[in-house]
Design a protein around this ligand. Structure first.
Ligand code: GCO
Length: 448
């Protein structure tokens, strides 16, 4: 039996744009995702987040569901343009009231709120003024964080400034598949820097307004393994890891960029303001770790900057997203983060899998997702036994939801959502997870 530490948080995670709907209700302003999803051809199934899971209207039912499953934590994000429709300036009181009611509903049921302040839905009006390419966006972010903290800070004890800066930069500015859909490495690096400035300013604001709460950031971890033992492939894996992981983690964990990354990005380095070095030194209380899969890479000097390519793992199991299932990555990365950075605490802020679920006679049997979650929890438990300061696990996701450019084609929930009727059905994985939470652990049935 693997037993997790006392007081361990068992939760689920969601984000505002993916579940709330009510995209233009009660004074909310448009976000870059509203504009992007309304642009024909951008979303696989032509859908939008206009309604999504209608959580804005059904949050009580959803919180009751968490309570019924016996979960003691919930990670959600606040929509910046719901609170400040223009990104700065005039407050939209009904928008802030929604989060106030949500936090109250959670607290009434003894579910600990973990609040993410930026999960990609930038106010469109800030995008029109340069978005994260402009340093002003980082300043506006800190002001918005202060507004939220002033209202919710008496009840919220865990704040997450940003969700996955890597994804913002890679999908938004390198691959060009998320808004603002650019392919511009110079802009990408500048944006990565301004996100760090925004994080640093937000940490300061939260420390000042909520001195007893804990502040962290959520990064995705994509553990990198060399395709062979050759020195070339091992060096390629180091470079990949540096640009995809360390470049994003180290500003928040060490206060500055890794030197190897700085050297590799030589031609694209960001413009810095005089106080930035100081601003990036903003120690965090916990590291939020999103973790789904790994990357296997080999050397390929024809690829600019990184000089490496990913090698598909043909013949291995993959989820509906096409992501390889390789649970050991979680153990490896938790140990590595602990060894290299000594964070005070770690939360797995996302882990989960999409599979094509179906309802049969009112039941959703999803044995693959149960396996996925179980195998990852076993690795998490082993990491705790090896000394990793892990204090919570958040399954992505509570509900099937709007999976960004994949629209509603990918179901990540432990609760099934019938998007036509908005009916929720707890999947078998939801009942499995509920048992894990109730026993604060699980049987180690895996031999792997
Ligand atoms: C991310 C985001 C989530 C996704 C989830 C599945 O990690 O990309 O935080 O919003 O929906 O990861 O792709």
């Amino acid at each position: 039996m693997i037993v997790f530490p006392d007081g361990f948080f068992w939760g689920t995670a969601t984000s505002a744009y993916q579940i709330e709907g009510a995209w233009n209700e009660d004074g909310k302003g448009p976000s870059i995702w509203d504009v992007f999803s309304h642009t024909p051809g951008k979303i696989l199934d032509g859908s939008t987040g206009d309604i999504a899971c209608d959580h804005y209207h059904r949050y009580r039912e959803d919180v009751d569901l968490m309570a019924r499953l016996g979960l003691n934590a919930y990670r959600f994000s606040v929509s910046w343009p719901r609170v400040l429709p223009e990104g700065r300036g005039t407050l939209n009181a009904p928008g802030l009231d929604f989060y106030d009611r949500l936090v109250d509903a959670l607290c009434e049921r003894r579910i600990e709120p973990f609040v993410t302040l930026y999960h990609w839905d930038l106010p469109q009006s800030l995008q029109e003024q340069g978005g994260w390419e402009s340093r002003d966006t980082a300043l506006a972010f800190a002001d918005y964080v202060s507004v939220v903290a002033q209202r919710l800070g008496d009840r919220v004890r865990h704040w997450i400034t940003l969700n996955e800066p890597l994804a913002v930069v890679l999908a938004g500015y390198v691959l060009g598949i998320h808004p603002p859909a650019k392919q511009d490495l110079r802009a990408a690096v500048q944006v990565s820097h301004h996100l760090n400035v925004g994080h640093g300013l937000a940490v300061r604001a939260l420390r000042a307004l909520c001195p007893s709460s804990k502040v962290g950031i959520t990064h995705v971890s994509l553990p990198v393994y060399p395709a062979s033992d050759s020195p070339e492939d091992r060096a390629a894996a180091e470079r990949w890891d540096c640009l995809v992981n360390r470049w994003f983690w180290e500003p928040s964990l060490k206060g500055w960029y890794p030197k190897e990354g700085w050297d590799m990005l030589g031609a694209f380095l960001p413009e810095l303001a005089a106080e930035d070095e100081n601003l990036l030194h903003a120690p965090i209380d916990f590291f939020g770790h999103n973790s789904y899969t790994r990357a296997v890479v080999r050397s390929d000097q024809s690829v600019p900057v990184v000089g490496a390519v990913q090698v598909p793992q043909v013949g291995r199991p993959h989820t509906g997203m096409g992501w390889e299932v390789y649970p050991d990555h979680l153990y490896d990365s938790l140990l590595r983060i602990t060894r290299d950075y000594r964070p005070r605490a770690i939360f797995i802020t996302e882990n989960g899998a999409a599979y094509p679920d179906e309802v049969h006679a009112g039941r959703v049997a999803d044995p693959q997702r149960i396996d996925y979650v179980r195998e990852h929890l076993v690795r998490a438990g082993r990491a705790v036994a090896a000394g990793v300061p892990l204090q919570g696990y958040f399954c992505w996701s509570l509900l099937d939801n709007f999976e960004w450019t994949f629209g509603y084609t990918q179901r990540f929930g432990i609760v099934y959502v019938d998007f036509a009727s908005q009916q929720r059905i707890v999947k078998d994985s939801g009942y499995f997870y509920s048992k894990v939470a109730a026993s604060n652990g699980l049987e180690e049935t895996t031999g792997a």
